[in-house]
Design a protein around this ligand. Structure first.
Ligand SMILES: Nc1nc2c(ncn2[C@@H]2O[C@H](COP(=O)(O)OP(=O)(O)OP(=O)(O)O)[C@@H](O)[C@H]2O)c(=O)[nH]1
Ligand SMILES: [Mg+2]
Ligand SMILES: [Zn+2]
Length: 490
């Protein structure tokens, strides 16, 4: 973990020290906090931590593939042994009637009857049962050469999802022309339409970090679970890498793919997937808005970025509360904090220290920063005095607070939000639960002892204040309640 200046227990503000391999402990109150992928987390995690029992789970979905499994299982085993990988080998069976169970037993693998129908159901059954640090999936029919798992294993640290890809340079596919054409078209449509910059979205030969898989709630039962996994993984800020792979035709047995009917089911789910991909919960939302093809959205994001980076100009120790995946964070002297872990995962690429925490209880010591940015956050949380007292507390006396929120005094904002709510139900409009107005908010901030140095606008309706906190260490209590800052307050 990078060292993060000022980091402290959010409950008692005691010092933290590394406590086991993956966590932090408070030296004062003894609470402990996990560190996920280099990001210390002060938000209780909803995902129960399933114990890891081996390095790798190999998951083979199979429906009447006894003849193929007869060859496949021993070669998987040989490969894993030669690599010295401690593993479990699971065959998820879709109700085969060809003696699959016997073959599986003979090769000392585990037979898992699937709990849900279809290829997607098989994968989900397997994922729930997996206990490896990584999970490898491959088809039973001989299309996925087990000796290739060596290359996949070698790439395991490069990304959270590694795809054996037929369509990147160097990859090939032994498939009939018509089938290849359809497959490529589906991949192109899905890749472009859902902004997934990968060539092979439907390869079932993949290596996953199990922690990544566990945090996705998958619904698909068909082959399109493969796309669903990628979309959810990308939306949660996980990384994906493709390695070129030679796909062979199945060895024996019958196909389960019905490409024409799949095309229909893909198109049916495209809408749902599109929505998922473009929701504000998507980890890369802010970062994509910066390059959006929608001019208004692009303008908005860039203008906000320009205003905030200008205001933060000379600061040396900056905290960005609610940093999301936006580029404001790409500045080098900054610590980012957000409540959505996926956005932080995405933001790792900007190489700033990141913290998973809440604005109501900032995990930092008093006076840790000379500048705090809080843009587009306070309208998402209830009007609560702690929001402001926490922002002030972590600032040094006389420090700078850059505070941005929509100005609900302005009809232009209200109109824009109304239109946005119609165009995109469930979007930002519904998430803005606290409406501040400029005059009232300014009065409230002054009542807290802050000085307003400047006020800017984005699109004439999102206000960005540059404030100085009081230079004295003693902060007198605010003379107004926080609700005085709301639009409708008198
Ligand atoms: N458990 C289970 N496995 C399935 C199911 N459907 C397909 N499979 C397995 O999933 C893998 C991929 O299915 P395939 O039939 O090979 O599909 P494909 O690779 O698109 O098509 P071909 O290789 O051309 O036949 C194989 O190992 C199948 O046995 C299912 O409903 N349940
Ligand atoms: Mg196949
Ligand atoms: Zn503590």
């Amino acid at each position: 973990m990078q060292t993060i200046p000022g980091l402290a227990c959010p409950a008692c503000r005691g010092d933290l020290r590394p406590d086991s391999e993956t966590g932090l402990g408070c030296t004062a109150c003894q609470r402990s906090y996990p560190v996920f992928e280099d990001i210390p987390s002060f938000i209780p995690s909803p995902v129960p931590d399933r114990s890891t029992l081996c390095q790798l789970t190999v998951l083979v979905p199979a429906l009447n593939e006894a003849a193929n499994l007869q060859e496949l299982l021993p070669s998987i085993r040989r490969e894993l042994q030669s690599l010295g990988i401690d593993h479990e080998l699971l065959v998820v069976d879709g109700g085969s009637t060809d003696g699959t169970a016997d073959v599986v037993a003979r090769h000392d693998a585990v037979l898992l009857p699937q709990a849900m129908p279809g290829y997607g159901g098989a994968l989900r059954t397997g994922f729930e049962r997996a206990r490896g640090e990584f999970v490898l999936t491959l088809d039973a029919d001989g299309s996925h050469d087990p000796t290739f798992l060596r290359q996949m294993w070698a790439a395991r640290s490069a990304a959270d999802v590694v795809i054996a890809s037929r369509y990147v340079p160097g990859g090939t596919a032994d498939m009939p022309r018509s089938r290849r054409l359809l497959s490529r078209i589906l991949n192109l449509v899905f890749g472009r339409g859902l902004s997934l910059p990968y060539a092979d979205l439907s390869s079932g030969y993949r290596l996953y970090r199990r922690r990544a898989l566990e945090s996705l709630s998958l619904r698909g039962t068909d082959f399109n679970i493969l796309e669903e996994i990628l979309i959810r993984a990308v939306a949660a800020g996980f990384t994906v890498q493709e390695v070129p792979f030679h796909y062979r035709a199945r060895r024996a047995g019958k196909t389960h793919a019905r490409l024409a009917s799949f095309a229909v089911s893909y198109l049916k789910t495209f809408g749902a997937m599109w929505k998922l991909r473009n929701s504000i919960a998507s980890a890369d939302y802010d970062s994509r808005a910066y390059d959006s093809i929608v001019p208004l959205q692009r303008y908005w994001q860039r203008r906000r970025y320009a205003v905030i980076t200008r205001l933060a100009g000379g600061a040396k120790r900056v905290l960005d509360v609610g940093c999301g995946s936006s580029r404001i964070i790409g500045s080098g002297r900054l610590v980012g904090l957000d409540i959505v872990l996926g956005k932080l995962r995405y933001a790792r690429r900007y190489e700033n220290p990141l913290v998973h925490g809440s604005i109501f209880e900032l995990p930092f010591k008093d006076a840790s920063f000379d500048c705090v940015i809080c843009s587009e956050v306070i309208e998402h949380v209830p009007a609560d005095e702690r929001v402001f007292s926490e922002l002030e507390r972590v600032l040094e006396p006389g420090g700078k607070l850059i505070l941005g929120t929509p100005d609900y005094d302005r009809w232009r904002w209200r109109a824009l939000e109304w239109v946005y709510g119609k165009v995109s139900p469930g979007g930002y409009a519904d998430e803005h639960i606290t409406h501040y107005g400029r005059e009232n908010l300014a009065a409230y901030l002054r009542a807290r002892g802050m000085t307003i140095e400047s006020g800017d606008y984005v699109g004439g309706s999102e206000m960005i204040f540059s404030l100085r906190t009081s230079p004295s260490r003693e902060r007198p209590p605010a003379t107004l309640p926080v609700t005085a800052g709301l639009r409708n307050a008198r």
